[in-house]
Write a protein that binds this ligand. Structure first.
Ligand code: FAD
Length: 508
């Protein structure tokens, strides 16, 4: 028996007194992007094995290759793990935190704890799927097995195919096929207390437990996320609260309101969903229950479910086309003449393009780790079509700065906007950022919140300060080029250049 140091954060202590015999058979539950206790089929199966369950999480960024979690995601992950650890502790268990190569660590942990099986939820990113395969092979060599369960999607990728048995490449028939499936089964329960075990003493080996702080997921010097805990509540209960808040409020005007960034109409559940703090099945059934209770909300709820459908579609595409985060889905775009100008990229990243709705979105992203969907589309279109900077560059920036950064949704959405994706927006649909602002932020509340230096402009000129008469700018106290940038590109010229570039690749 040994006693190791104790960290003060609740639920995240290092290994304490470890008194389980190494011969007691156990089971390991390996948490991944499923940081919850309720409705977790893999955990339920581990419990049903009848053996004590060792809950563990492994921080293994190397196994994700180029797509290790970005800085904003790490902030979320830290708090989500703290929340999960506290929930496990409330049930009398302890979340074992490890860091390093998942394959080696899980083999070691299984051997040290006489665990025949390791249970987990299936993941769909190419690197995660490959990791599962490798792990399964190495565990079988030891006479053990990896048991993977669904839980992160409504419909498994193998379940949905077109009439020729091939994956759908267009959203509408995909979602219709999903809706023809039997309803996803009802969510499972939260486990009862007393099912978790402490691991046998492995403190001196590679499986030495880490404290949450040792994972170093939080930003330091500067701590740019110091105010984020006021904005977000990562973890299972925060996810449930968001869903309830939406069902009590935003849902009633979801279809129309979801395009207006100043209205808090959408759920803001994406980071919770990405980290698996709530399952899509829980959301589905909450929506269905609401539909039964208030049939007048059926249309709004179906629209909402179809947005979850876009998440499903993205995951299905990534599963069938694993090169999606790096390569254009339409090979035509492989030779697109991107410009990649550093100064223009920096102006976009900092929200200094001179187009207020673009700048508002990029600043919202930087300051909160989130950006409204409509504005994501506008800034992505601006980057790829006005600045002719590649969608992969934008995708990488979002990856690092979004709390909901998700390989499938991010890659598909960027390709959708850039015109290179499956079921993409036609290339020639080039958003006019001024008109988009005027249409979706008519009263200017969103722009005024994030671009306060132009807040005093009247609504009429707010979305196009460069076209405002000199006396209006003067009375709002704005000198263009000094207080707020001149537009870094002219919309008409940029549009023509983008269309010419597209014609060139089509003709090549
Ligand atoms: P709601 O409107 O409340 O929708 C409910 C849920 O449905 C969301 O939480 C999300 O899980 C899913 N969803 C909604 N819209 C989409 C969509 N278009 N594609 C896929 N899933 C969707 N979403 C991410 O989760 N991670 C990303 O990295 C990501 N990158 C994006 C990049 C670009 C360029 C664009 C245009 C969109 C991206 N999206 C991404 C999709 C979408 O913007 C967000 O899911 C949505 O804004 C999250 O807000 P919400 O939770 O309030 O959405």
């Amino acid at each position: 028996m040994s006693c190791l140091s104790i960290d003060r954060e609740p639920g995240c202590r290092a290994l304490r007194i470890l008194n389980m015999s190494t011969s007691t058979p156990t089971t390991i539950y390996w948490f991944r992007q499923d940081l919850r206790l309720q409705d977790l089929p893999g955990l339920q199966a581990a419990i049903a094995s009848g053996r004590p369950v060792i809950p563990c999480y492994i921080f293994d960024p190397d196994s994700a290759g180029d797509w290790a979690p970005g800085a904003a995601s790490r902030w979320w992950l830290h708090h989500s793990l703290a929340s999960l650890a506290a929930s496990i502790e409330a049930l009398g268990g302890e979340l074992l935190l490890l860091q390093g190569d998942s394959r080696a660590l899980l083999r070691e942990l299984a051997a040290a704890n006489n665990a025949h099986n390791i249970y987990c939820s299936r993941a769909y990113e190419p690197a995660a799927a490959e990791l599962e395969q490798q792990l399964n092979q190495s565990l079988s060599a030891d006479g053990r097995s990896l048991k993977r369960y669904p839980g992160s999607l409504l419909f498994e990728p193998e379940q949905i195919a077109n009439q020729s048995g091939l994956p759908f490449k267009v959203f509408t028939p995909f979602w219709k096929a999903c809706r023809r499936q039997p309803q996803p089964s009802m969510p499972g329960a939260t486990p009862a207390a007393g099912i978790f075990a402490e691991p046998a003493n492995i403190a001196s080996g590679p499986c030495q437990a880490r404290t949450l702080q040792q994972l170093k997921l939080l930003p330091e010097q500067p701590d740019w996320a110091s105010h984020w805990s006021e904005l977000w509540q990562p973890g299972e209960s925060g996810a449930g609260d968001r869903l309830q808040q939406f069902l009590r409020g935003g849902v009633a005007r979801y279809s129309e309101g979801r395009d207006h960034p100043a209205l808090e109409v959408t759920t803001r559940l994406s980071a919770h969903i990405h980290h698996g703090e709530i399952s899509p099945r829980q959301i589905w059934h909450a929506a269905m229950a609401m539909m039964a209770e208030q049939p007048s909300l059926e249309q709004e709820l179906n629209k909402f479910l179809s947005e979850l459908g876009w998440r499903e579609f993205s995951c299905h595409l990534l599963h069938h086309f694993p090169q999606l985060p790096e390569q254009a889905f339409k090979p035509l775009f492989d030779n697109f003449p991107w410009l990649g100008q550093a100064a223009a990229l920096e102006a976009w990243q900092r929200g200094q393009t001179g187009y207020p709705i673009v700048d508002a979105g990029m600043r919202e992203l930087w300051q909160t780790g989130f950006m409204h969907n409509r504005v994501r589309m506008i800034v992505a279109s601006f980057l790829t079509k006005h600045l002719l900077i590649s969608w992969q560059t934008g995708e990488a920036w979002f990856w690092d700065t979004l709390v909901d950064a998700d390989l499938a949704s991010n890659a598909c959405s960027w390709q959708w906007v850039a015109g290179s994706g499956a079921d993409a927006s036609p290339y020639f649909r080039i958003f006019n950022p001024t008109l988009q602002g005027q249409k979706f932020d008519k009263a200017g509340d969103y722009v005024r919140q994030w671009v306060p230096e132009i807040a005093a402009l009247p609504d009429k000129h707010l979305h196009e300060p460069a076209a405002a008469p000199a006396d209006i700018l003067a009375s709002a106290g704005i000198t263009l080029g000094q207080d707020y940038p001149e537009p870094i590109v002219d919309h008409r010229q940029a549009r023509q250049a983008a269309l010419a570039a597209y014609q060139a690749i089509k003709a090549a």
